[in-house]
Every structure is written in C-alpha cells, then in structure tokens.
Design a protein. Structure first.
Length: 255
C-alpha cells in the first residue's frame, strides 16, 4: 500500500520564526525557514489521517486545502502536538461523524484533562466530537491505514513513532530502544527529529540523528522538529549526506 505523506509542520515547539527573534533563520525570507509545529498527514484511498494536532493545525488544514479528516493519531501529549485538537470541529460538521482518535492510555488521560469539555456527559453543543481508540503495543489501523507503534524515549517520556508501510516516522525522541530498532527494520523513508547542533535533554541533535540514519540505513531520511538554532534550511541542507534531507512545510511524497 502506498500512502501520500504531507509534512504539515516541521518546526520545534515554538515554531520558526520564534516570536521576537531576529536571528538569521528567523528573519530569513526563504519559505523553507518558516516552520509550523510538527505534524504529518497521510492519505490513502481517499481517507485522511493526521499524526498530531499542534497549535497550527487549523492553519495547516487551510494551507493544504483539506476537506476530509478520518482520524488523528497521537505520538505524545506535549502541547505542541495536541493543542489544535479543538479545530477538528469543521470535519465533524462536514462529515456528520466523530473524529477517530488513536492514542495511548497516557495520552488519552492528558486529552481528557486538556479537552475536558469534549468528554462531559452533557456536552455543550458544537464541541469537538471525538471517539477514543487505544493504542497498545500491537499494530492497528486508522482509516484503513496500517500503523505499527514504535516506542521511543523523549527524555523520561515514552513517545510513539509509527511505521506505516515503507515509512518510519519518529518525532520527539532522544533514544530508540533496541527492540524498536528491530520493529523499524529498513524502511524506504525514515522521518526523524533533529533539533539543533548542541545537546538537548529530550531531542536528537543533528549529529545524533545522522548516526541513527547510518544505523537504520533507509533509502532516504528526512529530518523534522527543527529549531531556529539549527541554521538556515539552505546552509544545513548543503552539508548533509546524500540520502538525508531537511523536511520543510508542505513537502509531499508517495511512500
Ligand atoms: Zn514536539
Ligand atoms: Zn515533545
């Protein structure tokens, strides 16, 4: 099965440019240096799944002209990955159905806390209509698209990456357990977080991300969840090994 992958956002939690910052990257006129919060969209057979709904979800849906959403799959509950969930409402209205949410029990707890009004017994009319589905360790399907959970660590926080056919998607990690390396195998396309050059407690640096790519040996790798501290898209892209690319907002491919 081939899926169409769209990078909805490729920026770290504050996005790029950062509010008030006048660094080279934040004032760059290159659209590749404007990064909304990290998220991807997967499409197959007319059905649409988004992985994470960050604060820029609404803008991302408008930019890509998305008129249908079947499911949201969550990697973890940090605000830059969940904050936009309230904006699934237009899809509820258009499709006259609930949005299917796939999340671990830990993430579901956070969603019930952060979006409590969606789960009230007597809900206010017009709040998001969400159906929770639990991700356990086994493979699952969302909108008929098959997902294999890839547990990784984001400092102390367990986060899920996903293998979808020939794609492996890992955002927000600084450690990949051996068992997960086995589940990743050798995908055609690996998407991996690469925050910046200097060490960070919960994200791979550019150097660490390149080491992970060299171990997994995908055909192509794309880096995401990028900070303004990494440098301009142009500068960094020129220095990367042949099969490694910086992702950018709006990039699409068939995997
Ligand atoms: Zn993040
Ligand atoms: Zn995070």
């Amino acid at each position: 099965m081939s899926v169409k992958l769209t990078f909805l956002g490729t920026g770290t939690s504050q996005g790029v440019p950062v509010i008030g910052c006048a660094c080279l990257v934040c004032v760059s006129k290159d659209p590749h240096d404007q990064r909304l919060r990290t998220s991807i969209m997967l499409e197959a057979n007319g059905r649409v799944v988004v992985v994470d709904t960050g604060p820029d979800f609404r803008q991302q849906m408008l930019r890509e002209g998305v008129s249908r959403l079947d499911a949201v799959v969550f990697t973890h509950a940090h605000k830059d990955h969940i904050a936009g969930l309230d904006d699934v409402r237009p899809f509820n209205h258009r499709q006259k159905s609930a949005t299917q949410i796939y999340a671990s029990t830990e993430v579901q707890q956070a969603l019930r806390r952060e979006f409590y009004y969606c789960f009230d017994e007597h809900r206010y009319p017009g709040v998001p209509d969400l159906t929770l589905n639990t991700i356990r360790s086994e493979a699952f399907t969302a909108a008929d698209i098959p997902f294999v959970p890839l547990p990784v660590m984001h400092m102390n926080l367990p986060v899920l990456g996903f293998r979808v056919g020939n794609l492996a998607y890992i955002t927000d990690a600084n450690h990949i357990p051996e068992e997960t390396y086995r589940k990743i195998g050798r995908p055609e396309v690996l998407v991996l977080n690469a925050l910046r050059h200097t060490p960070h407690p919960s994200h791979f640096t550019l150097h660490e991300a390149i080491e992970v790519v060299e171990r997994i040996k995908p055909q192509y790798a794309f880096f995401t969840h990028i900070s303004h501290q990494l440098g301009t898209h142009d500068d960094v892209a020129r220095q990367l090994p042949k099969n490694i690319f910086l992702a950018y907002d709006g990039l699409t491919m068939h995997v």
